[in-house]
Design a protein around this ligand. Structure first.
Ligand code: ADP
Length: 156
């Protein structure tokens, strides 16, 4: 069974993340979308809120599991029996960071490979940080995030 981990902040999950996840779910037997605890980064939503919103947003995807983890992604992947990490690429600006991250993870654990996926063009520009910016300025985020996220954040 080929298990892949899709790690990230997902603060909050967007249509961009969801599209990457759907593509990955079509390729692998099981995909675990996992929110990484980051003590250095002050989050907008708590890890528990992010996990809950992801769960509500991926209900239709039967081979997707939602989780969170602390520590190194490669250690988490090993615990889960996964040897593939999924990351999304948007613009060339993502490339340098993602390349460094994937090579660092390979250096830490040679068995774990990163697979990069892209989204449909209409989701390519969406990022969690612009969602927060729009929200903080009273804008409407319904075009960019799954419905459970929209409902939760509009009421906050
Ligand atoms: P990070 O893990 O760097 O904090 P995110 O949680 O925002 O970042 O995203 C997780 C992964 O999803 C990253 O690989 C990121 O490049 C990718 N991603 C985010 N938004 C999009 C998008 N709109 N299109 C393609 N990939 C995306």
């Amino acid at each position: 069974m080929k298990i892949a981990i899709y790690p990230g902040s997902f603060d909050p999950i967007t249509f961009g993340h969801l599209d990457i996840l759907k593509n990955a779910a079509g390729i692998f037997d099981k995909v675990i979308i996992a929110v990484a605890y980051n003590e250095a980064k002050n989050g907008f939503l708590t890890t528990e809120e992010r996990v809950e919103l992801i769960k509500q947003s991926v209900k239709d995807l039967t081979n997707v599991e939602v989780d969170s983890f602390k520590g190194l992604t490669v250690d988490y992947a090993k615990r889960k029996g996964a040897n593939v990490l999924i990351r999304g690429l948007r613009a060339v600006s993502d490339f340098e960071f993602e390349m460094q991250l994937s090579q660092t993870n390979s250096a830490l654990c040679d068995d774990i490979k990163t697979v990069f996926l892209t989204t449909k063009p209409e989701y390519n520009f969406i990022s969690s940080s612009t969602i927060k910016e729009i929200l903080n300025n009273g804008g409407n985020i319904s075009k960019f995030v799954p419905e459970p996220v929209f409902k939760y954040l509009q009421n906050r």
